[in-house]
Design a protein around this ligand. Structure first.
Ligand code: ATP
Length: 676
């Protein structure tokens, strides 16, 4: 038996001493029966049938039959005693597994609880039974051989010992293979657990081939582990051959020599009976079944025991979790969009000079973006809240040989801060958002959310700190409630749900869809409607930081403003918006302008004064949304139609019932109207 199996099993045996004594006591009739089987056979032949006294022969055989009946009674009681040892051991294991599952919120614990504890119980009982039977049978058979003719031991013992030594030598490598196999099995269970939890996301993102390939790789891994296990298993067959079959061959081969040395024919037949009827079956059981059983028990017990005592497989790190494809997919679809190689990777950027590296503590107020708000004085000794977001020396490239998209970026955003990120297309705005959200891991530097390094955070912790809403809103078939409460750890009350809908401006849409229980078909929704639902979802989520990565681009400016105000109105709410409109940038208290080689951060006015790129951006935004045309003096209003016409005669302005500007149209293309 392996030392670790012994270490694991002995405490259980010690804790049930009475049952162990009963087990041993009821084993005596079995041992006697094995001994008597050969001995009575030898006497029946030598003292009965071969001497022409069949009555004596039959008498010995009848005595052997009686011993079988007594042994049957003993075997029955042995199983009762065995249950009294194995069941408490199983209860103990379940107690430990439940404790660990509750402590670690461990998803794979169910598998361990139902599957591995049963394996442990069965293998433990089997181990006791098989090793006990081997010791009894071998002891009885060797005692019988000794009683019949000691010279028989010279033939039987050497191959028996050699075979057993070979068997013992295979135990440790076999345990390792067994452990590798169980680890692979458990990894598949954990992976499939994650896949099942993310099925909807996987289907929505079309990630099935990737997930299937990963699951296939796990199954291949288990197959390789099973093959390695089987290879070591073949050595056990050799051990059985040497320890069990070779003595029989040797006994037959040396029979003439033995008979010449005074061994009686009856003793020879009895020796063969000992070998083939008692020793060989017990040996086969021991080597073929116990070899696996003992290794499996050692592995299962080690894996079920608490980590501090038995060193179970460590829980996956967040980095490992992040590498899991199902997890990656889930987060990518749920939380963010990462553009896949849609343009050239940016050339080397030097962005550090545009940001101020600041210490993490004690600077929250001094970093408040509201430049006109004097910093609040902290009472001496008062705890300072960590920044909502702090980036330090953030560097990231899409691949080891690609030019970094971000290089050495430092930034601090205080709690309640509102930052707009602006820059030309493909400059890295979404990449920055994904890094802040912990969806991408930086190559260098760090991202801290509320003072916590995102690298150390699991999915649950990240979800509690931030929501990243991508441009392509993720909406799935189901009820409105299912869609908008998707990120809520607990179902929110209806009042909160409706309040979020109203705050974000989705109340009308939700009403049209039939309220929270209305079923929706994502294909029947416009891009703007999908964005509204995604915004409600983010608004309902508990995370204080919301990152909108062009998440309102299909909404009109008023709806966009309403949604942004809703996020900022949340207590402790902090907003980062990848802006695509001047209005969105102007609402933010700070704007981060990214241009690849030079990055700047400041208020709208500061940036207008000092950043050529920002002025260009404002110009291009103005050109797209025609805000200049909305100045009352930029057009004249027709008193009859209520429409306005710009001085250049190119644009028409329409008004709503309250006289507000409703839309601006380009007369050169009558189909084109721009929302305000
Ligand atoms: N998955 C990816 N693999 C390789 N390169 C990528 C990947 N995603 C983005 N990139 C590249 O990284 C750079 C920054 O992309 P990113 O999407 O962050 O820019 P952006 O400023 O958000 O652009 P846009 O305003 O068009 O959304 C681009 O050159 C882009 O081609």
């Amino acid at each position: 038996m392996l030392p670790e199996t012994g270490r694991a099993v002995l405490p259980h045996l010690r804790s049930t001493p009475r049952a162990v004594v009963r087990l041993l006591a009821w084993s005596v009739p079995e041992m006697a029966q094995t001994f008597f089987l050969g001995y009575a056979l030898a006497r029946a032949l030598d003292d009965g049938f071969l001497r022409g006294e069949p009555g004596a022969g039959m008498g010995w055989l009848a005595a052997a039959g009686l011993s079988v009946v007594l042994a049957g009674v003993g075997t029955d009681r042995v199983h009762v005693a065995l249950a009294a040892i194995a069941e408490p051991m199983r209860d103990d294991l379940i107690r430990r597994v439940v404790h660990r599952a509750l402590r670690d919120a461990d998803g794979a614990a169910v598998s361990r609880l139902t599957h591995q504890t049963e394996i442990a119980r069965d293998t433990f009982a089997n181990l006791l039974l098989v090793s006990r039977t081997f010791v009894l049978s071998a002891g009885a058979a060797l005692a019988g051989l000794l009683a019949l003719a000691p010279v028989l031991l010279l033939i039987v013992l050497p191959p028996l010992a050699a075979g057993l030594m070979l068997f013992v030598a295979t135990l440790r490598p076999l345990t390792r293979r067994q452990e590798a196999f169980l680890v692979a099995d458990e990894a598949i269970a954990a992976d499939l657990d994650a896949v099942v939890a993310g099925l909807r996301d996987i289907a929505a993102s079309g990630a099935q081939p990737w997930v299937a390939a990963d699951a296939g790789a796990g199954i291949d891994g288990e197959l390789r582990a099973a093959r390695a296990l089987a290879r070591w298993g073949t050595l056990r067959d050799l051990a059985v051959g040497v320890a069990g079959h070779l003595p029989v061959v040797l006994l037959l081969g040396t029979a003439p020599w033995l008979l010449g040395r005074g061994v009686t024919p009856g003793a020879l037949v009895a020796a063969l009976a000992y070998l083939t009827q008692a020793l060989l079956p017990a040996l086969e059981n021991l080597i073929l079944s116990l070899g696996t059983t003992s290794a499996r028990l050692a592995v299962v017990l080690r894996r079920l025991a608490p980590e501090d005592t038995c060193g179970t497989t460590p829980r996956p790190t967040s980095a490992q979790e992040a590498r899991h494809p199902a997890f990656r997919h889930t987060r990518r679809v749920d939380d963010t969009r990462i553009t896949a190689g849609s343009g050239p990777v940016r050339q080397a950027h030097t962005q550090k000079d545009a940001f101020t590296a600041v210490p993490e503590t004690g600077r929250a107020d001094s970093q408040r973006p509201e430049s006109n708000v004097p910093p609040k004085r902290q009472p001496p000794g008062a705890a300072v809240s960590p920044p909502a977001v702090s980036l330090h020396n953030l560097t990231f490239a899409y691949g080891p040989h690609a030019e970094p998209v971000l290089r050495g970026v430092d930034l601090v955003l205080p709690p309640g801060g509102h930052l707009a990120v602006a820059g030309p297309s493909g400059i890295g705005k979404s990449t920055l958002a994904a890094l802040i959200a912990g969806v991408l891991a930086p190559d260098r530097g760090e991202v801290r959310l509320c003072g916590r390094d995102v690298r150390g955070l699991g999915p649950g912790d990240l979800a509690a700190l931030r929501v990243l809403v991508p441009q392509e809103a993720y909406v799935f078939s189901g009820t409105v409630r299912e869609n908008i409460t998707y990120l809520c750890p607990e179902p929110p009350p209806d009042a909160a749900l409706l309040a979020s809908c109203a705050a974000v401006g989705a109340d009308g849409l939700v009403g049209r869809l039939g309220g929270p229980e209305g079923r929706l078909d994502p294909r029947a929704l416009s891009a703007g409607e999908r964005q509204l639902l995604a915004l409600v979802r983010a608004h309902l989520a508990p995370a204080p930081l919301v990152l909108l990565d062009e998440a309102t681009c299909h909404l009109d400016p008023a709806a966009e403003a309403r949604a942004e105000h809703a996020f900022m109105a949340r207590p402790g709410g902090c907003l980062i918006v990848v802006a695509h409109r001047i209005s969105s940038a102007r609402r933010a208290t700070r704007i981060l302008v990214m241009d690849g080689t030079h990055t700047d951060c400041g208020t709208h006015e500061d940036l207008l004064a000092r950043s050529t790129l920002y002025r260009d951006l404002v110009g291009s935004w103005a050109d797209r949304s025609q805000p200049a045309l909305l100045q009352r003096d930029a057009y004249s209003v027709d008193p009859v139609t209520g429409a306005g016409l710009t001085g250049d005669g190119r644009h028409v302005v329409t008004h709503g019932p309250g006289g507000q500007v409703e839309a601006v149209g380009d007369l050169r293309d009558r189909g084109t109207f721009y929302g305000q």
